[in-house]
Design a protein. Structure first.
Length: 107
């Protein structure tokens, strides 16, 4: 298998219920990870784009968060409806402007 061209990092961090920061995990990010992985394989991108679960990416209140590397593109508030567009970015398309993380301080 060749070295992947892109890596999609999906935060699956979970905090205890009631934590004021919230967490990507409590917002369904594990399911998003699974679906994104499946979609990339269905599109024949499984060897070009690697999908990894990660823990806190420091923007819990904006989650679920997905980061695309080496592009250094960060997506916030990702839902299942957004995954096809993110796959398009992973395939070599442009970043999905409507999902871009706002330029906010790192928590």
């Amino acid at each position: 298998m060749p070295k992947p061209e892109k890596q999609l990092l999906v935060c699956v961090n979970s905090r205890p219920p009631g934590n004021p920061k919230g967490s990507c995990g409590e917002k369904g990010s594990q399911g998003l990870f699974e679906r994104l992985k499946d979609m990339l394989h269905e599109r024949g991108l499984g060897e070009r784009v690697m999908v990894n679960r990660t823990y806190c990416l420091k923007h819990c209140s904006r989650g679920p968060v997905v980061a695309v590397q080496p592009d250094n593109v960060w997506y916030a508030g990702v839902t299942e409806a957004d995954l096809a567009a993110i796959c398009g970015h992973g395939e070599g398309g442009a970043p999905v402007e409507r999902l871009l993380m706002p330029d906010i301080p790192w928590e």
